[in-house]
Design a binder for this molecule. Sequence first.
Ligand SMILES: NC(=O)C1=CN([C@@H]2O[C@H](COP(=O)(O)OP(=O)(O)OC[C@H]3O[C@@H](n4cnc5c(N)ncnc54)[C@H](O)[C@@H]3O)[C@@H](O)[C@H]2O)C=CC1
Ligand SMILES: O=C(O)C(=O)COP(=O)(O)O
Length: 590
Amino acid sequence: MPVAVHTPKPKVLIPEKVSPDGLALLQGQFEVHEKKGLSPEELKAIIGDYEALIVRSETKVTAELLEAAKKLKVVARAGVGVDNVDVASATKHGIIVVNSPSGNINAAAEHTIALMMSVARNVGDACASIKAGKWERSRLVGVEAKGKTLAIVGLGKVGLTVARIANGFGMRLIAYDPYANPNLAASASVTLKPSLADILKEADFLTLHTPLIASTRGMIGAQELATMKPTARILNVARGGMIDEDALLEALEAGTIAGAGIDVFTSEPPQPDSSASRLIAHPKVVATPHLGASTKEAQENVSIDVCEQVVSILSGELPRSAVNAPIILPEEYRTLQPFVALIEKMGSLYTQHYSSHFSTSGKTAQQFRTTFDITYEGSLANLNTTKPLFAALVKGLLTPFTSSDGLNINLVNAEILAKERGILINEARSRENIEDKPYSSFVTLRARASRSPSHQRSDLSRSNSPSAAKTLKKPEEDQIIQGFVSANRPYISRLDRFTGEFVAKGTLLICRNFDSCGKIGFVGSQLGAAGVNIRSMCVAPLHEDVEEVEGEVEGNEALMILGVDRPVGEDVVKGLVKEEGVLEVSVVTL
Ligand SMILES: NC(=O)C1=CN([C@@H]2O[C@H](COP(=O)(O)OP(=O)(O)OC[C@H]3O[C@@H](n4cnc5c(N)ncnc54)[C@H](O)[C@@H]3O)[C@@H](O)[C@H]2O)C=CC1
Ligand SMILES: O=C(O)C(=O)COP(=O)(O)O
């Protein structure tokens, strides 16, 4: 009686508060563990059990933690900034880092405006004063935003949203961002300036909206503050570390800066007695504990956004916002996804079929070839990026070798791994008309024969002429697999010298046999006797380009591809090739 095999569900760890709206998507298919308040040591001790980690800004995802994360496939940042994640280390380990690039933009922008108005009208100070029983109207006179200059550093998603709201207040808008889109800037009535110095001197309010990276760390220090108007007010809802907290405190004390609204700090929560703590306590400062993204709406958005991506990644699909992988446009993503599955299966078929098969002379293993040409034909040739397809091929080629040592191959590390293993993949596109075919695109994988002077005639990559194809002869021929997608299912349409369409799925028994009567019956009865049920069958005759060569057996051969319901044992395979007529058998699982 077959024994039911229990496959454990992948585990997802969430060490911070993440909205339940997204987590609901994970329940059922994964084991979801919400464990708040873990120390770095405690986190490191348990991370090895998890396939996915979902964090916000508090968890430090260090190289040391990632080293211990043996099963981890994805770090999902439920927010924008990934400065708390060692992305380079994640890339090295093949761990995908995803974020939610737009889920909390509006929240961060509105919080910036809230701080700007609070600083302008002394809301923090006034609130503390009235709660203390005072009534200080003349001490707490503020300024208006209307007519003032708002200087924006970093005109990305948050910066632009702030600009659009501030435009409604009647503010004059200037920005410094060397990579900004001038059309977007103009449409938000923002004048781009060529340098930081240019906007600092004109600012009545200065607001920061860049990521924390090498070029922005410490970008506002004593020198920069000294060039600003004494009436200027500074806002930071981006990251601590971009403003020198000591220098800002000094400027506020000296009265050379009028006030500040600060949501983020160099160390969070700030250490007691640190400059950040003194800034928070300063009467001219309105401070909040990193609340930029803390709205119900933003938390729902980011949670759903990253949880959907965790589901995709753990299901072997592409994420939409990977930080350490090429960005794919949504429409391209839809086109690519079925081909990612097809190409991975073509690579895996290649490795399994050619690396080990049974023939009349016993089990033989061929040398794994390392030079491949992959050609995308038809509408697939128009894609902007084929990186996910490249990664899928590397994964398909290597996974049959490497699954046991747990190597995690994905679009993040595929290129590095291919290089490390000496695999050379040449990608080509062909826009040739394929209107005569029943599908819009197809893919050809060709493993090049090793070159020696006497074999050069067989190298089809150097000549596409039909006469070159006719010279194909064992043992120096190229190995060819062709495939296409129909109704989202991956099909193989050519395997070596044989053409026939079969679905690349499940366990397949691939038999090369003499193209003569009785072979199907013989194989069927052998499998039946072994209790193996045949679910599908395809007979693939010789490809039309391959000429029947007099005196050679190839001209009289066909492939029989049988989809079977269970793995086929070695004894059954040996029994098949013993009988004259079945020349070679391989078993592959796709
Ligand atoms: N306080 C909070 O809760 C939140 C904070 N944030 C922070 O806001 C930052 C910005 O977010 P988005 O606008 O979504 O990012 P974004 O990537 O859309 O925009 C960042 C902009 O900064 C510009 N930039 C980069 N280096 C620069 C430099 N040296 N000088 C001037 N400009 C530079 C880029 O060209 C880009 O246009 C995030 O990185 C995150 O750290 C985001 C959301 C919530
Ligand atoms: O999205 C961001 O970059 C933020 O700073 C939000 O941080 P949080 O998720 O609230 O810890």
